[in-house]
Design a protein. Sequence first.
Lengths: 649, 259
Amino acid sequence: MLNTILPILLFAALALAVLGAGKRFLMWRRGKPAKVDWLGGLLAMPRRYLVDLHHVVERDKYMSKTHVATAGGFVLAAVLAVIVHGFGLHNRILGFALLGATVLMFVGALFVAKRRRNPPARLSKGPWNRLPKSLLMFSVSFFIATLPVAGILPHDFGGWILALILAIGVAWGVSEMFFGMTWGGPMKHAFAGALHLAWHRRAERFGGGRSTGLKALNLDDPNASLGVEKPTDFTWNQLLGFDACVQCGKCEAVCPAFAAGQPLNPKKLIQDMVIGLAGGTDANFAGSPYPGIPLGEHGGGPHQPIVNLQGKALVEADTLWSCTTCRACVEECPMMIEHVDAIVDMRRHLTLEKGATPNKGAEVLDNLIATDNPGGFAPGGRLNWAADLNLPLMSEKKQTDVLFWVGDGAFDMRNQRTLRAFVKVLKAANVDFAVLGLEERDSGDVARRLGDEATFQTLAKRNIASLAQYRFNKIVSCDPHSFHVLKNEYGALGGNYQVLHHSTYMEELIAGQQLNLGQHKGGSVTYHDPCYLGRYNGEYEAPRNVLKAIGIEVKEMERSGFRSRCCGGGGGAPITDIPGKQRIPDMRMVDIKETGAELVAVGCPQCTAMLEGVVEPRPQIKDIAELVADVLIEAPAATKQPAAALEVN
Amino acid sequence: MPLNTLNIITLVSVGAHPMSGRARRAEQDARAVELGLRLAGERLRILHAGDPEEEALRAYLGMGLAEMTVLQQPPQADALPALSDYLRQAGAQLVLTGTQAETGEGSGMLPYLLAEQLGWPLVVGLAEVESVTDGVAQVLQALPRGQRRRLQVRLPFLASVDNAAPTARQSAFGPARRGQLQAQAVSVVEDVLFSEAQLQPARPRPKRLKVIKAKTGAERMKAATAKASGGGGQVLKDVSPEAGAEAILKLLTDEGVLR
């Protein structure tokens, strides 16, 4: 009897799965067009899955081993089950192979079930708690059903009662594993995830690459609505990416805004986008809600606005403005979903079409438009901090080795100390450098992250035009935000430069023995990785090497390197200032205090400002440039002539 | 009469950022547009006399308006005749302006001269329109130190707003770019003043040094929050218009305003 039922069940489930896959595919395709490498992506997918994705999952050894066993066992068991039971190829060897696969899957499923006994808060419950049972049911049912094929049990063993029980078990198993995969069950992550890896919007990320710059918005069509208003305004492969989410909540666990009690949970946001894709409400969401926003009150559909400024829609505007764009969620996501891109896309609509940048956002953007700096200071005062330093200007020198990009910290008295310290270092090393002076403008980082792509592109194009007048080998900046934007986001607008963070450049100077340095005196030191230097640009080592060179042994925080917690200063978050239960810099200061360090070394004006905003008593905050300048021994080291300026521009 | 059926026109000019001098929407005019938008919504009409190619004007459209009318004029022309001709025909019940332009002459005289030419009442420092009944508006006028005066004005009237009016909403790029600047040809009247006088940057008036005599915190608080007291003032009540005018004329002569 099983020989009749099993093929019917298998092929019915597979047919429904194919139908569901087609339906889901059409849902994704409602999004805007995006260029993908259809075939190349599919061919590269197994490698992306087995290597790139595995690297991310491997950070949690328990889960990576569990997943290898469960998923590997399942894929093998599914293929063999179709051959053996579907096509009735009752071969003993195949039977034993199928038994092996189901055992492997069963063992994996046991560990899945164990993780689900006391699940951490980040994990979704609901259907996800059903999944281990379905996995066990699938593996056990096929195991028993295959025993006769392997010749271990007689063919008529158990009679019709066992056959019935097995039929029910198999039906449950294949419904979850085949049919549920394309009809919105937990297994959807495998189907959508595989295709998401194939047609990822940042294919450069695979194979060890890095792609963190925001993508430029096309502003050419004056009649187009800008940014993302409705779910269908996302590109189709973004929609596909949202569908790949496995609701593991790794993003939720690292999100600084979520921890601060601001109304953002990256996992919930992605699930809301899935709701928007398919239509419905968030009442059945089985994970943590946005802090302070109860479930069941929001809903939407593919052609409905995501944010309704007057009432309720899918997502509250405050949720989008809580993000610091620190990219911790993207870094942790085992499905390589691009949360920050989606948030900025939606912000673009709010700013460019609705004029709804909250709190000081509008003022800052107006200032950037009128004065080229976010504070609204007179543009003529940009070089006042260096009035006594006699800095060489590009407009006079025309060519130089290092172009020192000062950044908007020029207007901030605290940051001026850092800038002056770095100039001291540059002079001590006899570096051939110059500044743009009054020709420099805000890099556009804040404008872009507040969604004002138009102001970003205006600022960027004017900066590129200024830079195009001169010859220089590299740009060095003390501000990781300017550094990131110049390095990774100006390219799309025609500005390609070699850009270095000042810590990287100081590491080069020290390695080239161009600096005569003493040893740091004073207490213990920890180092706070800026998001835009670390996660955005992968520079974790240079600042630590510089600190090591001046005799500092860094007392690492638990969350450091790629897991560093944001200071709360990125993405315009201090400007939009969405209220939460606590402040992000206060939480970071707790991390710092746990190391017992008396001083925090930083490498970013935003981090400096945010951390210094924490009330005393707390460790002192000093930029790496200040620490190096403090131990500089003024008598010049073996005077090396800086390399002659090469033509780069 | 519900407020949102009022026929409102806001007059706007090209402003200049105080730090960079770059052209922008003028601060007070933007507040006048905001007030108009709150009252009339998208039915608000805005009007400018000048160059229809001026990109800075688009910042007003970015506040959520599909179009604006520009009475086409060269920069040296007198805006007053063109505006008053247009407003006489436009059927407006309320015309809003800023107190003083940020560029050009910036004398702050336009609302007064316009009200005089149209023969309409003028409310200076309008903060809020509370209600309109039977062609009479009840409005709040802003006075120094956050005080408000409730006034009844018959329609149509002209009102200027200052920084007591609500802050202007953000100007969004998309609507600003899509909005239409409808140029309208008008007869150009040369401004006599411009043809004979020269513009030069204003020098800030020197400020009187503030000597703080207070000894305690409470006294300082009192000095900071107390009403400005002129002392020698005189309240005229229930006097005939002639007697009132006499008193004003006498004061002006005594103060040396009239000689």
